[in-house]
Design a protein. Structure first.
Lengths: 107, 483
């Protein structure tokens, strides 16, 4: 394997690792801000991986989607803080359950 | 004049994306909720006319058009474009009865986001390239999150649901982008690259397709990736539930079916993709069926029922045969129409969303009760309904492909559905009305589209020949015309 090919694979592996790290953070964190941060880390990893695989054009698409995601996420977190007085997912769940009977868990 | 009409017809796919976007831009000038509703309804009626005309021309043998702008119609894409646009038109008209869910100033934004969502799902149904497809799906998803969040003023649970949608969908979006990039690297930029040649790097293409299918399965609420559906559907209000359930989930399933059709046509990756679809499908048949049995919220129950039905769709697609794709098309259409009838009928309950709100609905609001009943019958796959037709086609396709156990999957879904959908019907007709009477309001007449959906759920089940012929034709052209 040439040095160039090794470098390419290392870049892809690093990007995918970043994606996975962000995904775990987004899906398991107990704080809404950390969840959104995880989504952004995952998306940065995805954009980097796609950029390495396909070149620069896809970066425009990826960055546009990231900015849109961040804008909506920021608005949602502010509104959640206003309505729930917390951004801890446990507090949000507790408030939701209090206003509605619980059901079997998702999985 | 004739030339102008021909020009419009030749660019039908472009109009399918452009008209809703234009309507969304006009929303900024809408002075209030009623004008925004009228504008959205007119926009969707125009788009639906374009979609139905395109479908009829293709059904009558007109050649497929290559219209540029990154759009390329194929059998599944045109079917999806037509069905989701017609459903979106019914949702837009029916939204007239739900305007009180929004503040006067928020309503135009809700309709604008809804139109952007429809435009983006149409783009995903007609996109020629993997990157364009991924960008369209993400745009549609973000618009859907916006629709859900706008109900947060009335019910803060909608904010929690939207937040869960955003985090789960954001991770899925990252997977979708990398999956699309890997597929482009492994096969080529266009969807047709998978079918026209031996992929230069089949391993990368298969991995990319697997990631794309997982991401789309999450957006379609397929178990076990459906953790966002309960919190989102349960609290987003009538309009949000209709937009996400009858359009979002249905369009995501169509998008999943479309990329699967291209992948299954590529021998180098077909087996891997079939295994992914089959695994997700079987899990999604079992888990949501059990959750629906325990559900205490009407909209959440419908979301779990949709996830169980989505499992049958994935099993059909995993067959990889034209009969399997035709069965999947009929099932997704049945799901969309049943969701429209159920969510539309339940919209008359207002802010109430518990199962007990349905008690005695037949006496309080007979037409809404009729819509809920038709939707529930179709969900349980009762004979002479569209839902039964979809499941019967899956059994036929499964037995034809040697998958006898597929009939077992259908029986599991149907038995569970008889229990939970039967519970809805029992409450509607055989319980004493406990909730306050449904408020008389002339705008409730705009819930008529729910009755249209109820009529379709039963009527098409009684006379299915046209639908079945069209589904067979669309499935035969699932990857576009023969070269």
């Amino acid at each position: 394997m040439s040095v160039e090919a090794f470098g390419l694979r290392a870049e892809i592996a690093l990007s995918i690792a970043m994606l996975m790290l962000g995904a775990v953070m987004a899906l398991t964190s107990g704080n809404a801000v950390k969840r959104v941060a995880g989504v952004l880390v995952a998306q940065i990893g995805a954009v980097l991986a796609a950029g390495v695989l396909l070149g620069g054009d896809i970066l425009i698409v990826g960055v546009a989607l990231m900015v849109a995601t961040f804008a909506i996420a920021a608005a949602l977190i502010v509104r959640a803080q206003e309505r729930y007085h917390s951004v801890e997912m446990r507090d949000l769940d507790k408030a939701d359950i209090e206003s509605e009977p619980p059901e079997p868990s998702a999985s | 004049m004739t030339d102008a009409i021909e020009l419009i017809r030749a660019n039908a796919p472009l109009l399918g994306v452009g008209l809703p976007l234009f309507g969304a831009a006009l929303m900024l000038a809408a002075p209030g909720a009623r004008s925004a509703w009228a504008l959205a309804s007119l926009t969707m009626l125009a788009t639906a006319t374009v979609a139905v005309d395109l479908a009829m021309r293709l059904a009558s043998g007109a050649p497929f058009l290559s219209v540029g702008a990154g759009l390329r119609p194929d059998g599944v894409g045109v079917w999806a474009f037509t069905v989701q646009t017609c459903l979106a038109t019914l949702v837009a008209i029916g939204a007239g009865a739900m305007l009180r869910e929004f503040h006067q100033r928020a309503a135009p934004f809700a309709f604008a986001l809804f139109l952007v969502m429809v435009a983006a799902w149409n783009a995903a149904a007609l996109s020629a390239s993997f990157i364009g497809f991924a960008a369209a799906v993400e745009t549609a998803w973000l618009a859907g999150v916006g629709v859900a969040a706008l109900h947060g003023d009335r019910d803060r649970g909608a904010l929690s649901g939207a937040l869960r949608m955003l985090t789960a969908g954001g991770v899925a979006g990252a997977l979708l982008l990398v999956g699309a990039a890997l597929t482009v690297r492994g096969a080529g930029a266009d969807l047709t690259a998978l079918t026209e040649q031996q992929p230069p790097a089949p391993g990368a293409a298969a991995l990319g397709m697997g990631m794309m299918i997982a991401a789309l399965a999450l957006k379609a609420g397929v178990a076990p990736l459906h953790a966002w559906t309960g919190p989102a559907f349960g609290r987003v209000g009538g309009f949000g539930a209709l937009a996400l359930g009858a359009i979002g989930v249905v369009a995501a399933l169509f998008a999943l079916l479309r990329v699967s059709a291209y992948a299954m046509a590529a021998p180098a990756i077909a087996v891997s993709v079939s295994h992914v679809l089959l695994t997700l499908g079987v899990i999604s048949v079992v888990i949501p069926s059990m959750q629906a049995v325990g559900a205490v919220n009407v909209r959440r129950l419908a979301a779990y029922a949709a996830a169980a039905q989505a499992g049958c769709v994935l099993v059909s697609a995993a067959l990889g045969s034209p009969a399997g794709f035709a069965a999947a098309l009929v099932q997704i259409t049945a799901l969309g129409i049943a969701a429209m009838a159920l969510f539309g009928g339940a919209a008359s309950l207002g802010q109430a969303h518990g199962l007990d709100a349905l008690d005695g609905l037949a006496r309080r609001a007979p037409l809404s009760a009729l819509a809920v009943t038709a939707g529930a019958l179709s969900v349980m796959g009762a004979p002479l309904t569209l839902g039964f037709l979809g499941r019967w086609r899956l059994i036929e396709a499964g037995v034809g492909g040697g998958w006898w156990w597929a009939a077992g999957a259908v029986i599991v879904v149907s038995l569970a559905a008889v229990f939970y959908a039967g519970r809805l019907i029992e409450r509607v007709y055989f319980r004493r009305a406990g909730a306050a009477a449904v408020e008389p309001n002339l705008w409730r007449l705009t819930l008529g589209p729910a009755l249209v959906a109820a009529t379709l759920a039963i009527g098409v089940g009684l006379e299915p020949s046209l639908l079945l012929r069209a589904a067979d034709a669309a499935a035969a052209l699932a990857t576009g015309p023969a070269p």
